[in-house]
Each structure stands twice: as structure tokens, then as C-alpha cells.
Design a protein around this ligand. Structure first.
Ligand code: NDP
Length: 331
């Protein structure tokens, strides 16, 4: 038997509750690889899945945790053998399939990636789905012409998980990073990650009728959407791109007109980490190992245990988590 955070649903009231419980290997779902989990994390989707599910959880009881890193214990797939270090992100693990909030997990071999050289399982989860997404966003911007020296790159939701990692990666690559935050107390933290400018969230929170604003940004990683993305699109330099990764500030792009796309040739690139093919995930993890300074990563980490998760799930949905929560499932 081993520990897991189990979310249950009361059929009569429809209410869900989450608690650390003992489960057995026989309870684990079908899969080719059984992993002894070392660490998991808290992402926005985990907040949803720890609570009422938000349409993501298919069946209760449920073990959330959309990502994890650990050591292969058993494998019926030739690509993995006991003792291999692996990392998992995406594939609806922690949503439709039991996830990383347990001391063991069982998944399909295709969903895993071997941990790259130079990163241990704790660092892999300090990066986690949020960091992988940040890297995918930077790679997409580079594929569309982003290079250092073309002007400041904006990161919205900067003190959050994706924003923190994006700030550190971009700064390390030599970009001038403008970090947007609604939490003034995080300014020093963001500067420590390499941000050269802090933009107050309020400056980008009002809808304007102007079709365009003065050109400012050479690229943008946007975790917020809503009104802010509408404003940012109008401020992009000619021929640049916004990598949209999330919607912490609302599901719509508000106040945006077609003008930035037509008159400034701005690209809006959608980034999804969930169904990334194996080769892309391997390439992104290799870039993370190369381009993300591990001392900066350490500054983002907030440690946690399985029993902290119900509270942290609520916090992340309110936008109150700073950086990356790393959950030691064996603590
Ligand atoms: P976090 O909660 O860690 O960060 C989100 C940040 O957005 C907050 O820290 C806050 O930053 C800012 N924010 C929150 N609410 C608002 C608001 N109402 N208006 C403006 N800014 C706001 O979440 P993550 O970084 O983990 O994820 C961010 C988004 O990306 C989520 O929507 C998530 O679902 C999505 N996501 C998408 C992935 C993909 O594959 N596309 C993968 C991972 C996440 P600050 O305090 O600095 O202002």
C-alpha cells in the first residue's frame, strides 16, 4: 500500500472532497510502465481537478497530478527498464487517467520522456508542465523569427508558473524581458529571474477603442488572455508574434480588433503542451536542460507535501501561487 491524494465525489450532494489515503497497486489504472513517483507539481489544471473537476475529471474516485517525475519500477515496453528516470506531462494524465499525486503511477510508455542529462527528478518537476509550456512558447517564437536584440519581450502572468519559467529562459537567452504582474511584492523575485522591466497589470487591464497602440514588444508569452491579450496585440512590433499559452485572466480576447494582424502582420500562436508528440517533448526537455539556469529555477520553488495539496489547489485558482510548487509525494 502507498499514499495518494484521492478526490471523491458524494453522489447525493455532488460535492467533491480530497484527502490523503492509502491505495494499492491493484487500484492503479492500466498502463505499460509503473513509476515510483518522486515529485509532482501544482498547475492550474490540478487546482481544477483537486476541486470539483471543472469538466476535466472523467471518473471518481480520482488521483490528480498532471505531471510527475520518478523512477521506472516495472515496464512491459522495451524502451524503459527498471531504474530509468522519467518525466511525464500531458496526455490527460491527472484528468482522465490517474496522475502524479501518489507514490506510484501507471501510464502508457508513449506518454513518458526519459529525463535529460543534467536534470534530476526534483528539478524536472520544478520545471513541470508549466515550464515545458514556457519552453514550447519560446521555441515557437524563435521559429517565427524572435532573436535577442529586436526589443523587449513581454511575459504576462509573470509571477505564475509558466510566466516565471518563461522569464528565466528568455533572460538567459539574452532577451530584454518585460514582466507583467499584478503583485507588486513579486518585483524583486521577477528581477532575480532576469526581468529588466516590470509592467503593472493595471496598465494593460482596460479595454481601449484604439485600433493600434505604439509598437513596443518584439515578442510575448501570454498566460492571461482576456483584456490583457487584446491590449498586447495592439502594442506588438511589426511582424512579431504572441505565444498564447493560457487564460488565467479570461477565455476571450477582449477589445482586440483585426488591425494588428492586418496592418502589423502580428502572429498569434497557440501553444498546447498536452498532446505534444514525443520528438517535440524530447527536444523541449533538452532545451530546458541547456537554456534554463538551475539556480534561477531553485528561486521559483515552493516545496509541498501531499497533504498541502487541497489548500494549494484553491490558491492556484485564485492566482496566488508564486513560481512553481514542487510536491514531494514521499514526504
Ligand atoms: P499560475 O496561476 O501559476 O499563473 C497565472 C498568473 O496569471 C498568476 O500568477 C497571475 O500573475 C496572473 N493572473 C491570474 N489571474 C489574473 C487575472 N485575472 N488577470 C491578469 N492576470 C492574472 O498558472 P500557470 O502559470 O501554471 O498557468 C497559467 C495559464 O496557462 C493557466 O490558464 C493554465 O491553465 C495555462 N496552462 C496552459 C498550458 C498549455 O499547455 N497551453 C500548460 C500549463 C498551463 P501575476 O500575479 O504575476 O499577475
Amino acid at each position: 500500500m502507498f499514499n495518494a491524494l484521492v478526490v471523491q465525489k458524494d453522489e447525493d450532494s455532488g460535492k467533491t472532497s480530497a484527502a490523503v489515503k492509502q491505495i494499492g497497486e491493484d487500484d492503479l489504472p492500466h498502463g505499460e510502465v509503473t513509476v515510483a513517483v518522486d515529485y509532482s507539481t501544482v498547475n492550474y489544471k490540478d487546482g481544477l481537478c483537486i476541486g470539483p473537476g471543472g469538466g476535466l475529471v472523467r471518473k471518481y474516485p480520482h488521483v490528480p497530478g498532471i505531471d510527475f517525475a520518478g523512477t521506472v519500477e516495472e515496464s512491459s515496453d522495451d524502451r524503459y527498464k527498471p531504474g530509468d528516470k522519467v518525466v511525464l506531462t500531458g496526455w490527460r494524465v491527472g484528468e482522465a487517467h490517474w496522475g502524479g499525486y501518489a507514490q506510484k503511477a501507471r501510464v502508457l510508455a508513449d506518454w513518458l520522456v526519459p529525463l535529460p542529462q543534467g536534470i534530476d527528478t526534483r528539478q524536472a518537476m520544478a520545471v513541470g508542465t508549466a515550464g515545458l509550456t514556457a519552453m514550447l512558447a519560446v521555441m515557437a517564437l524563435e521559429d517565427h523569427g524572435l532573436r535577442p536584440g529586436r526589443g523587449p519581450v513581454l511575459v504576462t502572468g509573470a509571477a505564475g508558473g509558466v510566466g516565471s519559467v518563461a522569464t528565466a529562459i528568455l533572460a538567459n537567452l539574452g532577451h530584454d524581458v518585460a514582466a507583467v504582474t499584478g503583485r507588486p511584492e513579486t518585483e524583486e523575485y521577477l528581477k532575480g529571474l532576469g526581468a529588466t522591466q516590470i509592467v503593472q497589470r493595471d496598465e494593460l487591464s482596460e479595454v481601449t477603442k484604439k485600433p493600434l497602440e505604439s509598437e513596443q514588444w518584439a515578442g510575448c508569452v501570454d498566460a492571461v488572455a482576456g483584456v490583457m491579450l487584446g491590449r498586447v496585440l495592439k502594442q506588438m512590433k511589426y511582424g512579431t508574434s504572441v505565444a498564447a499559452i493560457g487564460l488565467a485572466g479570461g477565455a476571450a480576447i477582449e477589445g482586440a480588433l483585426i488591425t494588428p494582424f492586418i496592418l502589423r502582420g502580428v502572429n498569434l500562436l497557440g501553444i498546447d503542451s498536452v498532446m505534444q508528440p514525443y520528438d517535440n517533448r524530447v527536444r523541449a526537455w533538452e532545451r530546458i536542460a541547456r537554456d534554463l539556469p538551475m539556480d534561477k529555477l531553485e528561486a521559483m520553488v515552493q516545496p509541498a507535501t501531499l497533504s498541502d495539496l487541497p489548500g494549494l489547489g484553491r490558491d492556484i485558482l485564485k492566482g496566488q501561487v508564486k513560481g512553481r510548487v514542487v510536491v514531494d509525494v514521499n514526504a
